[in-house]
Design a protein around this ligand. Structure first.
Ligand code: EPZ
Length: 418
């Protein structure tokens, strides 16, 4: 396993180009299962999770090729309608092939995702919705067996907003007989991106981005060309890299309109931020203590919580971070403490007392965004930080050490020692 070694204390200065969004690319790639046509996708990020879902799609029957930044995907026919545990344990988002497979070929056998480092992460709402649409669902030996000659439109209410649940059922509904209404749907920008992609293939989806989405089922969908939206969490992570190192970074090819909660919170925490149409300039200043509460979109994303905790570890006072989405998303706390952070946990609250400096240390990545927070801490800590098990990081960040070293960080990947 690789590790990343950082010599802290260098303010970041320069420009970083933001990649396509992991959490839009994954459902869009799953959605290619819905039609036999060719889909030409651009801005698909080169990430661990994207490589995983591409390999699974090929097992299912997709032909995938890449040329000049365009990823061509064509699922002429479904050769295999299974997603076994070996795939799902690598990446929970594999569950996103369930809805499209049932809609396309009437049957799917997908392993039930287990829990993960940040929580139990059940998917019952996905299954309840498919049942409402007429699917027969049986779980045996950890495998979800779902069958439906043709799904029927239904009115589905989510007792809690679920991003991939909304995506799974939105995809399934595109080929259902009749109209499906998703109430209390998740509103994340990645859902809007998926809906725009699907409508480009002939789907009829209205209201994506609101908590009520209406999908009129059609007989068939066709191929398309689409550019994946920029990754708002990658952009947010680099914004905080500039803030924590008191740097001056210009982020290009991002979409500030998706990031209002992150921009406002970081301004309150002392950074100067200039917004362009598809760029953000972040100039770090004195880090001010602010309280943070994660919420469904348009609230502050849970995927930015760990990164903000690294920043608040160096603030001028005390801050409280409240995690409302996942019940165990504080695995980065123990590692930040090893670097000198003063953090106390009380249930789903973390109380952080800012310190003057962090000190470099060997630390362990535990999940994707926790590893990003350790990178941020290492960029500013005194001395050397080693981040181990960075396969977590590679799942969601494209060549992060290259992007950071280009703007002045002393950061390198050491093969096979993590
Ligand atoms: C998506 O996960 C993202 N993953 C996560 O990003 C993100 O943290 C999360 O949404 C919240 O924004 C992808 O898009 C691939 P949820 P998802 O279903 O869909 C509960 C990252 O770092 N729930 O919106 O799995 C659940 O337990 C990853 O890129 C149920 O109770 O999250 C949680 O408390 C991490 N029953 C809440 O809803 C269900 O059936 C939100 O989860 C489904 C969810």
């Amino acid at each position: 396993m690789d590790k990343i070694v950082i010599q802290g204390g260098r303010p970041l200065k320069g420009e970083i180009e933001i990649s396509g969004a992991k959490n839009a690319a994954l459902p869009i790639l799953a959605a290619t299962l819905l039609s036999p046509g060719e889909h030409r996708l651009s801005r698909v990020p080169q990430l661990g999770d994207v490589r995983t879902i591409k390999r699974l799609l090929e097992k299912i029957g997709a032909r995938i090729s890449e040329e000049n930044g365009v990823c061509s995907v064509q699922v002429g026919e479904i050769e295999n309608n299974e997603a076994p545990y070996t795939w799902v344990k690598t990446m929970r988002a594999t569950i996103l092939v369930l809805g499209p497979l049932v809609a396309r070929c009437g049957e799917a056998h997908v392993s039930l995702p287990g829990g993960c480092a940040i929580g139990a992460r059940p998917i019952q709402l996905h299954l309840d919705g498919l049942k409402k649409m007429g699917a027969e669902i049986e779980i045996k030996h950890g495998i979800i067996h779902a069958k439906a000659a043709r799904l029927k439109g239904a009115n589905i209410y989510f007792e809690t907003p679920t991003v991939t649940g909304t995506e799974n059922l939105m995809m399934a509904a595109t080929l259902a007989e009749g109209t499906t209404v998703l109430e209390n749907a998740a509103c994340e920008p990645e859902i809007v991106d998926l809906a725009q992609f699907l409508n480009g293939t002939g789907a009829q989806i209205l209201g994506a981005g609101t908590d009520r989405i209406v999908i009129n089922g059609v007989q068939a969908l066709h191929g398309s060309a689409y550019a994946v939206m920029p990754d708002r969490i990658e952009a947010g992570t680099f914004m905080l890299a500039s803030a924590i190192t008191k740097g001056d970074l210009l982020l290009k090819k991002c979409r500030p309109s998706d990031m209002v909660s992150i921009v406002e919170k970081l301004r309150a925490a002392g950074s100067e931020i200039e917004e362009g149409k598809d760029s953000l300039r972040v100039i770090g200043g004195k880090i001010r203590a602010v309280d943070i509460k994660t919420q469904p979109y348009p609230g502050l994303p849970t995927d930015m919580q760990a990164q903000f905790m690294a920043l608040m570890s160096l603030s001028d006072g005390s801050s409280v971070i409240t995690e409302t989405i996942f019940e165990a998303r504080f695995t980065h706390v123990a590692e930040l403490r090893r670097m000198g952070a003063q953090i106390r946990l009380e249930g789903n609250h973390a109380v952080i007392k800012g310190v003057a400096k962090l000190s470099g240390a060997p630390v362990m990545a535990t999940d994707l965004r926790a590893s990003a927070s350790l990178i941020l801490a290492g960029l500013v800590a005194e001395g050397e930080t080693e981040v181990l098990r960075i396969y977590h990081l590679d799942r969601g960040y494209e060549a992060i050490e290259d992007k950071l070293s280009k703007v002045g960080a002393s950061i390198q990947r050491v093969k096979g020692q993590g």
